[in-house]
Design a protein around this ligand. Structure first.
Ligand SMILES: NC(=O)c1ccc[n+]([C@@H]2O[C@H](COP(=O)([O-])OP(=O)(O)OC[C@H]3O[C@@H](n4cnc5c(N)ncnc54)[C@H](OP(=O)(O)O)[C@@H]3O)[C@@H](O)[C@H]2O)c1
Length: 349
């Protein structure tokens, strides 16, 4: 999509306009004069939960109802009633708590559950919510696993290449760099300001919990290492792949795969437009392919906001989908990737 097309389709950002101009307008518009439907949010005081609550607060068809219970037995009568009367539930909890709550909720409401943790992401028969890659109709799903942040970026970059045979289904090396909010709000020594500021270091090498998730949904094994950046939000993954045919086909495969998906921008070259400032605070993902090296390997990059596309805004898309709404309802319009460095519009050519 060209820049003018983005603006033509998305600039008037009223909910009604987006509903009618959205490419997925085949979904029934459900914004009615009857008001918005409640979505119960567990973990609303956490980083991912806070962002989700904020998104739901501005959603034209939904509103958040934060619940503060910490054990499956300490739900207040008010929260219990909210659970029974809600349209959907979002779990922004640690995985163990999510597992416990998924079971406890099943006995208390028929509402669909979107789980932001990794408790269910590798389970067969649990839909995995990346709309661009698995666009199945989610209406009727009782549980949807919201993908992890690194897996989202890695899979957006690599799945189209594997599906189209542009790269062989052989092990892929992936380096991921993330800001510290990816670890949540808990306190840990390696997250202290004095450890992290002016510094970058690898963490959880050989033991990252996202490896099984990436391998399961990619369908091939990976060597995945992660590095912590002294920033709050945003992540960048770089995968090193071996093309099967012409290296330049990788870019065209990705362009074709995302041509109809306005929130995934495939850049024509890996440059400062992949900068994390471009994706922080929005649902957009930016992808680019580097030139082939003498080794025969090609780097493929993807940048996202771990708290938006890597967590809350992706969960919002799944909430829309299970409720039969237009998938991108309630998100800000996609940003055209026309600028180089943030704040230097026009300076980059
Ligand atoms: N941060 C990210 O970038 C990111 C990205 C993708 C997925 N996720 C996943 O999203 C989930 C939440 O992550 P986060 O970063 O938002 O974590 P966080 O900042 O540590 O927040 C955790 C939330 O869960 C609540 N909580 C903790 N234990 C609980 C229990 N036993 N029962 C009920 N509530 C409990 C906390 O409540 P209190 O405030 O009362 O302690 C808090 O609201 C995790 O599973 C994480 O893996 C996070």
């Amino acid at each position: 999509m060209q820049e003018h097309a983005y603006y033509a389709a998305y600039r008037p950002q009223t909910a009604a306009y987006i509903l009618h101009m959205n490419p997925y307008f085949a979904y029934p518009p459900v914004v009615t004069s009857q008001g918005t439907s409640p979505v119960v949010v567990f973990g609303a005081t956490g980083y991912a939960g806070q962002v989700l609550v904020r998104l739901l607060d501005r959603h034209p068809a939904l509103h958040p109802v934060p619940v503060s219970a910490h054990t499956t037995t300490d739900l207040s009568p008010q929260d219990q009633a909210a659970l029974q009367g809600c349209a959907a539930v979002a779990l922004a909890l640690p995985a163990d708590a999510s597992r416990a709550w998924t079971e406890a909720i099943a006995g208390r409401t028929n509402a669909p559950v979107i789980d932001l943790s990794d408790a269910h992401r590798t389970r067969p028969n649990v839909p995995y919510g990346i709309f661009e890659l698995w666009p199945d109709d989610l209406r009727g799903a009782r549980l949807v696993a919201n993908p992890g942040c690194y897996p989202t970026a890695s899979l957006l970059a690599l799945v189209p290449l594997l599906r189209n045979g542009a790269i062989a289904p052989e092990p892929v090396a992936i380096v991921g760099k993330s800001g510290a909010s990816g670890a949540g709000k808990g306190v840990a020594e390696h997250l202290h300001f004095c450890e992290l500021a002016d510094n970058v270091y690898p963490y959880k090498v050989g033991a990252h919990r996202h490896v099984p998730e990436i391998e399961r949904h990619l369908g091939t094994s990976v060597c995945f290492v992660t590095e912590l950046l002294p920033i709050v939000r945003g992540l960048l993954v770089t995968a090193f792949v071996r093309p099967r045919g012409r290296p330049e086909d990788l870019l065209s495969v990705l362009c074709d795969a995302y041509a109809e998906h306005p929130y995934v921008h495939v850049l024509d070259a890996p440059d400062a437009r992949l900068g994390l400032r471009h994706v922080v605070g929005c649902h957009d993902a930016r992808i680019a392919v580097g030139p082939v090296a003498r080794s025969g390997l090609v780097p493929v990059f993807a940048a996202i906001d771990n708290l938006m596309r890597g967590a809350a805004s992706q969960a919002l898309v799944s909430l829309n989908r299970v409720l039969g709404l237009a998938p991108h309802l309630g998100l800000a319009a996609p940003e055209p990737p026309s600028t180089g460095l943030p704040g230097m519009k026009g300076a980059w050519t």
